[in-house]
Write a protein that binds this ligand. Structure first.
Ligand code: FES
Ligand code: FES
Length: 183
């Protein structure tokens, strides 16, 4: 057993765990941060993606001791970080995924959102090709990806005060919902 010292979601955390445990195991089974998903557990699916010093990182392939002292962000840390920086509600990407219906079972969503967050931090106005490339390590077995890419574009559009095809589609859907609600 080793006592690890981490910086997770803005907090300094000390936790005892077996020496050989991965970051994913420590997050889920010691710290209860189960937003980080355990999918393939061998580097194929991206469900375990977290940010380490702002870069997407596969927690299932990372020995916990190798990231001691690094800045780790899990999906649980996004909303608090957004609010700490003066924002309201959820992180805009979380909001956009919700708005665009970019999920079905939701298993891939934390990893997708964190990969997208890292992309927007280094490239605030990515093209569709750049979005596809940035999310190419995150597999989704349900959605077919289109609404995921649209969600990222929607978050970009919102940040820039512009409109995308996805935003136009959202507006159309909102109008349809309003019509359905009208007696
Ligand atoms: S659980 Fe880590 S890549 Fe699949
Ligand atoms: S929504 Fe089910 S895996 Fe992506």
């Amino acid at each position: 057993m080793t006592v690890f010292s981490f910086h997770i979601n803005g907090d300094r955390v000390e936790v005892a765990a077996p020496d050989h445990w991965t970051l994913l195991e420590v997050l889920r089974y010691r710290l209860g941060l189960t937003g980080t998903k355990q999918g393939c557990d061998k580097g194929d699916c991206g469900a375990c993606t977290v940010l380490v010093d702002g870069r997407p990182w596969l927690a299932c392939l990372t020995l916990a001791k190798s990231v001691e002292g690094r800045e780790i962000t899990t999906i649980e840390g996004l909303m608090p970080a957004h609010r700490k920086s003066g924002g309201a509600g959820a992180d805009p990407l979380q909001d956009a995924f919700d708005r665009c219906g970019a999920l079905q079972c939701g298993f891939c969503q934390p990893g997708m959102i964190l990969s997208a967050r890292a992309l927007l931090a280094r490239n605030p106005r990515p093209t569709r090709v750049e979005i596809r490339h940035a999310l190419s390590g995150n597999l989704c077995r349900c959605t077919g990806y289109t609404q995921i890419f649209e969600a990222v574009e929607s978050a970009v559009a919102q940040a820039c005060g512009t409109t995308t095809a996805a935003r136009a589609w959202e507006a159309q859907r909102e109008r349809a919902c309003e019509r359905e609600d009208t007696p």
